[in-house]
Design a protein around this ligand. Structure first.
Ligand SMILES: *Cc1c(COP(=O)(O)O)cnc(C)c1O
Length: 427
């Protein structure tokens, strides 16, 4: 469910015409819906509560969409932040999310980043290896602190929409193995600079099948019980994120209610505080990427290319993960009698064949100057954008009801060039 709909023959975001935004800001541009962000967060929170689960921390995964205005929208509802770098912790703090709701995850945290997280007083550092455990303890102890940590465990279960976003198998780089987890937890309890408060897992992204999640969560439950049986306190189980979003080529993801019911089953009778790290399921459907058609190039031998002013540097998912986004005209033309959709190869202007959003997609008649919207682009869209081909970083707009604002402006060419410096021997 989202708040992008046709009104008066034009695609709107809530009460605002996407055509009007494209004309004012230019294209390409990302547009996010406040109401959709809020809805996804509250539906998840309410589903967990309705299933009788204790879930005091829903830490939105900042990497999915890290715009500070998006973070503030969620933070104001009570969301925490799951972060994977000092930059993301700083973004969460800038959005007013208190340290007690910030989780710091990641396989390769630097000492400087760990020190920053300890000084900030984040709720939980998710430790992903034995060497890291020792580093966190040393850094916190040197500061006269004891950092709350969770051990991130790799449940050795694969899940997710693509090999590049599956994280839960033992040959992935993430987390410690089950056999190590108990020993590390016990060691941590005896270290001066850390206090183990829980265990964590995150098995993949764009998961549309609950079965592997349920299997992983059952294993995590067993681990919690074994650690507690050793007499060690363990209050929190962090179940990560990973729930899928409804993309063009994907089966409908499970509903938050089904997800919560599955967790209630897996955790039945266990008294535990749960934490969650949802990213995609909150942000994906809350954003679109608007692009304009530059031209339609019809090859005599058949292929028809729709050349857009958006490219793989603005929306990387198709090139990187073989992902497909629904593409909709912003101002659909009235059916032309013949009215039939035609197959297009939808491409950007970058000099790489990888800069292809989709091939043979059936779309209604489109011509130069027409606007299209890439749907479900709110997660891993703008956050992964670059300036490849010296295309200024794609701007972002947030809509709330009838109001809208640019929340990240497009840099000017002057600003883009001003970030670089000539070495002394060239001056
Ligand atoms: C990426 C990530 C998430 C969020 O994943 P989604 O699929 O966007 O829900 C959560 N936790 C960790 C540790 C991650 O790396």
């Amino acid at each position: 469910m989202n708040h992008f709909e046709l009104r008066g023959g034009e695609l709107h975001c809530e009460g605002v015409s996407l055509r009007a935004i494209a004309e004012a800001v230019g294209t390409p541009v990302y547009v996010y819906s406040t109401a959709t962000l809020e809805r996804h967060y509250t539906v998840l929170r309410d589903a967990l509560a309705a299933a009788g689960l204790k879930a005091p921390l829903i830490a939105y995964a900042v990497k999915a969409n890290s715009n500070v205005a998006v973070l503030r929208t969620l933070g104001d509802l009570g969301a925490g932040a799951d972060t994977v770098s000092e930059g993301e912790i700083r973004r969460a703090l800038a959005a007013g999310i208190p340290p007690q709701r910030i989780v710091f995850s990641g396989v390769g945290k630097t000492e400087a980043e760990i020190a920053f997280a300890v000084d900030t007083g984040v709720a939980e550092i998710n430790v992903e290896s034995e060497p890291e455990l020792h580093v966190v303890s040393r850094i916190a102890h040197a500061r006269g602190k004891r950092a709350d940590i969770a051990i991130r465990v790799n449940p050795d279960i694969a899940a997710g929409g693509h090999a590049k976003i599956s994280t839960g198998k033992s040959d992935n780089k993430f987390g410690v193995s089950f056999s190590e987890a108990e020993r590390l937890y016990a060691n941590a309890a005896n270290m001066a600079g850390v206090r183990p408060v829980g265990v964590a897992c995150h098995i993949g992204s764009q998961i549309v099948d609950l079965a592997p999640m349920e299997a992983a969560f059952a294993k995590m439950r067993g681990l919690v019980e074994r650690i507690r049986a050793e007499g060690l306190p363990l209050q929190r189980l962090d179940l990560g994120g990973g729930l899928g979003a409804p993309y063009f080529d994907q089966p409908e993801p499970p509903s938050p209610a089904d997800y919560a019911a599955m967790i209630a089953r897996a955790m039945a009778g266990l008294d535990i505080e749960l934490a969650f790290e949802p990213g995609r399921m909150i942000a994906a459907n809350a954003g679109v990427l608007l692009a304009r058609v530059i031209h339609v190039h019809q090859r005599p031998e058949g292929r028809r290319f729709l050349v857009l002013d958006a490219a793989m540097n603005d929306l990387m998912r198709p090139a990187m993960y073989d992902a497909f986004h629904d593409i909709r005209p912003v101002v659909p033309r009235p059916a032309d009698g013949a009215g039939s959709d035609k197959p297009y190869d939808v491409v950007g202007p970058i000099c790489e064949t990888g800069d292809t959003f989709t091939r043979d997609r059936a779309l209604p008649p489109l011509g130069p100057g027409d606007l299209v919207a890439f749907m479900t682009a709110g997660a891993y869209g703008a956050a992964m954008a670059s300036e490849y081909n010296s295309r200024p970083l794609v701007p972002e707009v947030l809509v709330k009801g009838d109001r809208w604002a640019v929340v990240r402006p497009r840099p000017t060419y002057e600003e883009m060039l001003a970030r670089e410096a000539a070495p002394p021997w060239q001056q």
